[in-house]
Design a protein around this ligand. Structure first.
Ligand code: PHE
Length: 489
């Protein structure tokens, strides 16, 4: 081992004056000796001083001639001692460059006579001094400055900086490196061993492991799948990038009365600052007020005094249907009316007690179709289509109640694994009390449904506690290693 060789050499000698010579005499690679020297120096086992020298080294061309002879010598050797050789024949034996250089030098050395036709030897024996000089340089011998210059001119040698070390014993010199301890353990402490141990210093310059970022959370994978289903069915994505919404769009526009329990602070997060919205669409607001107070379009309304202050209160949106209301309102302003299909998948917030199936925030998936003369049968058909693409083909509907839809249906699917019917969504036809104040013509209806993103994700990934899926308790390994998801198409 090179390290042992260095340390043993220093044990019996005062110094290693040149690491290069030491490498040559011991047969180790000089680069290896230098690396070990630096490391030993770092631990102060040795004290190393750098030595720098400028030395001549052979270029690639120089190396070649050192092996097979100079071009002029090669050429000379190819000319027969008696009678010579034709120029053409000689030329064919060589690379054009070697031939050219060789001719010039051989003529200059008066080795060959280059006749018009024939090439003849002028003397019978020559010495390849170029090759000899190159070999001397390779050997590290000193040659005259004239010879150096001529080899340099022919680009057969070049000046290189050589470095090595002179090495002496360091303050921590010993024949063996002490093993440094890198982890301080409870056992070290209990046994008292720590007193005799030497600890490795922190290396603040060391590179850390590259971060392995960029993994998609299961919710995002399922979201992408569902988004693709909607897009395949011709739905456009609604812009849902506002978590804060006015009560007006979250509740009032959806014909949800101002005394409705969902509007209580026990169920909804109200904002402290800014606590109210800056602007509401005034003429539409008047119509919403009117439909709440006294109805219209065949409805009696709720018969109470509607207050603007309630509608202005900012909340964290409790459902993405708030976005649907905005989008439908702007669709209602367009002339002529054109049918549309919209969807959204984004986050909503509810002030709920957190348990294994509920968090205060989750994601809703929502689909809406707005067209003339849509019926409950259309809704049932589109739900069958949509859920079939999600891998659920066995559906049941159960009548329910939403302030903004009539009729309304809960959607159930038979779960093969659980062997029971599980609720998977909510749906309905938007009420005239919602659509008509927006300005839609009388025969325009809208069907819609909503479900959570968390529910199908938990079923697909076999997660039974929502806190294992979302929030601070999530195991990062789950995020890194979760498989791709496939919904039954
Ligand atoms: N907004 C409803 C909810 O929060 C879902 C829904 C959307 C119901 C559209 C009917 C129509 O559960």
């Amino acid at each position: 081992m090179a390290e042992k060789a260095i340390l043993e050499q220093l044990q019996s000698n005062e110094e290693i004056s040149n690491s290069g010579d030491f490498a040559t005499s011991t047969g180790f690679d000089h680069e290896e000796i230098k690396n070990i020297t630096r490391s030993l120096h770092g631990f102060q086992l040795v004290d190393a001083q750098e030595i720098k020298k400028e030395i001549w080294e052979l270029t690639n061309e120089g190396k070649l001639y050192a092996e097979i002879g100079s071009p002029e010598f090669q050429l000379f050797s190819a000319v027969p001692p008696e009678g010579g050789i034709s120029r053409q024949e000689l030329q064919q034996k060589f690379d054009p460059l070697v031939y050219k250089i060789g001719c010039q030098a051989a003529v200059k050395n008066k080795w060959l006579e280059m006749g018009r036709q024939q090439v003849l030897r002028k003397i019978q024996t020559v010495e390849d001094s170029v090759k000899d000089l190159l070999l001397q340089i390779k050997d590290g011998q000193v040659i005259s400055s004239e010879d150096i210059n001529s080899l340099k001119r022919r680009k057969l040698i070049e000046l290189k900086t050589w470095n090595g070390y002179s090495i002496r014993k360091g303050p921590n010199f010993s024949l063996e490196r002490k093993k440094l301890v890198s982890v301080f353990t409870r056992e070290h402490l209990l046994s008292g061993e720590w007193k005799n141990l030497e600890f490795k210093k922190y290396n603040f310059d060391a590179n850390a492991l590259p971060p392995s970022g960029g993994h998609l959370h299961p919710l995002l994978k399922v979201r992408e799948r569902i988004r693709n289903i909607f897009i395949a069915m011709g739905f456009k994505e609604m812009q849902t990038n506002n978590y804060v919404e006015s009560s007006f769009w979250n509740f009032d526009a959806l014909f949800q009365p101002q005394q409705h329990p969902a509007r209580d602070s026990h169920d909804t997060f109200f904002l402290k600052a800014p606590s109210t919205t800056l602007s509401l669409p005034e003429s539409y607001l008047d119509k919403v007020k009117q439909v709440h107070e006294s109805g219209g379009y065949g409805s009696k309304g709720y018969q109470y005094e509607w207050k603007r202050e309630e509608a202005e209160k900012n909340v964290f949106r409790t459902h993405t249907t708030a976005v649907t209301a905005r989008v439908l309102y702007s669709l209602a302003q367009q002339r002529p009316f054109t049918p549309q299909r919209y969807f959204s998948i984004d986050r909503v917030f509810r002030n709920e007690a957190v348990d294994r199936t509920h968090l205060a925030e989750f994601h809703q998936i929502e689909g809406v179709i707005c067209d003339r003369g849509l019926t409950l049968a259309d809704l049932m058909q589109v739900l069958q289509d949509f859920f079939k693409k999600m891998g659920m083909s066995n559906l049941k509907f159960k009548a329910t109640c939403n302030p903004y839809t009539e009729p309304s249906m809960e959607i159930y699917s038979y779960h093969e694994g659980l062997k029971k019917w599980v609720e998977i969504g909510n749906s309905g036809m938007f009420r005239p009390e919602m659509l008509r104040p927006m300005g839609f013509p009388e025969d325009v209806t809208a069907i819609a449904w909503g479900l959570s993103l968390e529910r199908p994700t938990m079923i697909l990934y076999g997660i039974d506690n929502i806190r294992d899926l979302f929030g601070p308790k999530v195991d990062l390994k789950l995020i890194k290693r979760n498989p791709i998801c496939k919904l039954g198409m």
